[in-house]
Design a protein around this ligand. Structure first.
Ligand SMILES: [Ca+2]
Ligand SMILES: [Ca+2]
Length: 327
């Protein structure tokens, strides 16, 4: 018998042999258990081959109250490569032995793609136990929104609740700006239009400088970004002027992003050299520091400091409403 539910079917599997064998009984329910704790009672009895009886068993699965995901690197709700992701799971007051979250959607470099959260106190309003952890987004994270996180909560008495949570308050964008086609301007072979492709987060105009470009068999004298629209996710054109005319019959040089520069970034902070581009030394304006409630994503970084929202130490956590599936 399952609390507030009914059983549609059961399947049993056996592991081990003889006296050490274990029977696993999988119960399929007629409706989702939602966010509630689930209690399973044995109403009849189960016998072994010698007639010994198992009865009066009550098992309770833990309640997973909330799962929250926050972009700890900055305030833009976009998880870029290298961004820190805070994950908080709150559970009911049943004694919990472990809470793990599979974060493979974020390409987080954790063992088996799974992080074990650590206990982080009690929610003073609800009494729920708080479990927290931080992972770093990898370059091969799954771009887009509604990334699934598999949350696995085990109790000290050996029960485990497993839920898949769809994360909707932050999205993932790991697309790196790239150099597109190169077109000569005029006949003197020193001036070229270079296309820059950005991802969905749009180009960070202020990140484009002369040092970012490497030209095969040439040196860049200057770069003109006046036709670049800051934040646009459309193809942008910058104008490169070389110190000397290019050599070679095509008259069109190969242009790449200089690997020793700080790269060309998008607004989410994705760039070619993520280590070198981190941190701009700007100070936190503190406008949302410590704000633990969802501000509805309206701030859009809007701080006007031209740093592309790369401030550190700002955090927004918002609590997901759980649409969940039971497993
Ligand atoms: Ca971010
Ligand atoms: Ca740059």
């Amino acid at each position: 018998m399952v609390s507030n539910n009914s059983i549609s079917s059961i399947t049993t599997t056996t592991t081990g042999t003889g006296a050490n064998s274990t029977q696993t009984v999988q119960l399929s329910l007629n409706s989702s258990v939602g966010t509630e704790a689930v209690t399973v009672n044995l109403t009849g009895s189960i016998l072994d081959n010698s007639g010994n009886e198992l009865n009066d068993v009550t098992t309770t699965l833990p309640n997973i109250n909330t799962v929250s995901v926050s972009d700890k690197t900055n305030n833009d709700s976009i998880l870029a490569t290298g961004d820190s992701v805070g994950i908080i799971v709150e559970t009911s007051d049943i004694a919990i032995s472990s809470v793990t979250v599979n974060t493979s959607a974020y390409d987080a470099r954790t063992e088996n793609g799974t992080i074990t959260l650590t206990q982080d106190g009690i929610n003073s309003e609800t009494g729920a136990r708080i479990h927290a952890g931080v992972v770093t987004v990898g370059a091969n994270a799954t771009d887009g929104s509604s990334q699934p996180l598999l949350v696995n909560v085990s109790t000290e008495d050996g029960n485990t609740a497993i839920r898949t949570i769809q994360v909707t308050n932050v999205s993932v964008d790991t697309v790196v700006p790239t150099v597109g086609s190169v077109t000569p301007v005029g006949e003197n072979k020193t001036q070229f239009n270079v296309e820059i492709e950005s991802g969905p987060s749009g180009i960070d105009k202020s990140s484009i400088t002369v040092a970012d470009f490497a030209v095969e068999n040439g040196d860049v004298a200057s770069v003109d970004t006046s036709s670049v629209t800051d934040g646009s996710n459309q193809t942008q054109t910058v104008d490169l002027t070389l110190t000397d005319p290019v050599i070679g019959s095509s008259g069109i040089p190969t242009v790449t992003i200089n690997s020793s520069s700080d790269g060309i970034l998008d607004k989410a902070g994705n760039g070619q050299d993520i280590i070198g581009s981190e941190g701009d030394g700007s100070t936190d304006d503190g406008s949302s520091g410590g704000d633990e409630t969802d501000d509805g994503g309206t701030d859009g970084d809007g701080d006007g400091d031209g740093d592309g929202g790369r401030e550190r130490e700002r955090e927004r956590a918002s609590t997901l409403e759980l649409p969940q599936q039971s497993n």
